[in-house]
Design a protein around this ligand. Structure first.
Ligand SMILES: *Cc1c(COP(=O)(O)O)cnc(C)c1O
Length: 428
């Protein structure tokens, strides 16, 4: 395929935007080459600036669960826009979407809307600290909770208890309050809790990890976290920015039948507009300003266009709950097809999948945490990525990302994708 115009647009962008992109993963650093510039998208397809059609497995990193330019969402946004785009005053639609979200998600009484998943997670942690009066948090290596300071922490060499910042600009003072554990490793968590008695405000986790490929929680892992939190006065935060309104109507809490104390949302909840949210029981949410002392605010929070898009999206998911099974069936079909082709070509691989999230790792070992995800053959992934792109299939430009299956994908699209894998497998 030809990407002449995309390349030219990227050169222009690089002059005025750092790295030519407004979010780093778009820049193809993980796979080489220059990014594809999108002209428009509809249903399961992207159309780029060179006129290529690509089957999209990223879907804006999750939000477009019903496909691009989904009509009820587009119509809701267009009709709202004509009535004014922001007021900085309350509007009825904010209550409507809040009521709907609270009715869909287990164990929450109130929800506060913000503008991104980053903001949701950052605010949830502040609320947990304010509620418990404790400072430290536990996060899991390889889990992503947005780019606020407390979360940009990686394990230092050795089993250091205190986090080390992995971006300049994050201070040691901030990093020392973020403790790291390995995903699916309950012993790690127990040790941290024992050595930081009465200091830990919350444990934040992606209930199904989606930012190091797709890594489901192992049996009882989430339940064990719940127990540890109960026994130690620690709040359990489910970061459902990726999994919320995707894995089930009520997200991972419903799927695994485990209650979190605070839940974070983003992506699907905004229907493709910039929206995040965090939610909890009254007891916790009432600590938030203006009811309580924990401050949190936003000029554009609850923006009418964003709320209209989110409401249209959630309404559709609420009325068609068979969607989640249908998505899981399509994902299983893709899994089976890709697995068969890779096996026939003797390519070592592991495929992880849950619901409509799936990832292909080029290593035969089980992928259960960041270290096992990092073992994948990255050179092979790069070839795979570019090969698939040439066949007209767009997967994330990084070996550490989940593919997102949308309801707009037909079985012909899935067969086309499996056929593309069989062609690309020959050159891996
Ligand atoms: C995408 C994501 C975020 C960050 O959301 P933004 O809207 O990009 O700020 C946080 N947590 C998880 C699990 C995510 O997947």
């Amino acid at each position: 395929m030809i990407y002449q115009r995309s390349s030219a647009l990227f050169s222009e962008a690089e002059k005025v935007i750092p790295g030519g992109v407004n979010s780093p993963v778009r820049a193809f650093k993980g796979v080489g080459g220059t990014p594809i510039f999108v002209k428009e998208a509809k249903g399961a397809y992207l159309y780029d600036e060179d006129g290529n059609r690509l089957i999209d497995y990223i879907n804006s990193w999750g939000p477009m669960i019903l496909g691009h330019a989904f009509e009820p969402v587009v119509n809701a946004v267009v009709s709202k826009a004509k009535k004014g785009t922001s007021f900085g005053m309350p509007t009825e639609i904010e209550t409507k979407i809040a009521e709907l979200a609270v009715s869909m998600v287990p164990n929450i009484d109130k929800i506060r809307f913000v503008n991104s998943g980053t903001e949701a997670c950052m605010s949830a942690v502040r609320l947990a600290r304010g509620f418990t009066g404790k400072d430290k948090i536990i996060k899991f290596k390889g889990c992503y909770h947005g780019h606020s300071d407390s979360f940009l922490i990686q394990a230092g060499s050795g089993a250091s208890t205190f986090g080390v910042p992995n971006s300049p600009g994050v201070t040691q003072g901030t990093a020392k309050d973020t403790l790291l554990a390995s995903y699916n490793n309950i012993e790690d968590v127990k040790q941290l809790v024992t050595s930081n008695q009465n200091e830990i405000a919350c444990i934040i986790i992606e209930p199904v990890a989606g930012n190091m490929g797709c890594i489901p929680p192992q049996d009882n892992f989430l339940q064990a976290l719940r127990t540890i939190c109960n026994e130690n006065g620690i709040l359990l935060i489910f970061d459902e920015v990726m999994t919320g309104f995707r894995l089930a109507r009520g997200g991972a809490q419903e799927l695994f039948n485990i209650n979190a104390d605070i839940v974070c949302f983003g992506k699907v909840i905004g229907g493709g507009l910039p929206v995040g949210a965090f939610a909890a029981r009254n007891e916790i949410m009432n600590h938030l300003a203006p009811l309580g002392p924990v401050y949190q605010a936003g000029t554009l929070s609850g923006n009418p266009l964003a709320m209209a898009a989110g409401l249209a999206m959630l309404t559709e998911l609420n009325n068609n709950t068979e969607i989640f099974n249908r998505l899981a069936e399509k994902t299983a079909y893709l899994h089976k097809g890709i697995s068969k082709v890779l096996r026939e070509n003797n390519i070592d691989h592991t495929i992880n999948r849950l619901g409509s999230m799936i990832s292909v790792h080029f290593d035969e070992g089980k992928v259960i945490d960041f270290d096992s995800a990092a073992k994948g053959n990255n050179d092979r992934f790069k070839k795979f990525f570019h090969g698939m792109l040439d066949e007209g299939v767009y997967i994330a430009p990084s070996a550490f990302e989940t593919w997102f299956i949308t309801d707009a994908l037909s079985y012909e699209d899935l067969d086309f994708t499996i056929e593309a894998v069989s062609k690309v497998a020959k050159i891996l």
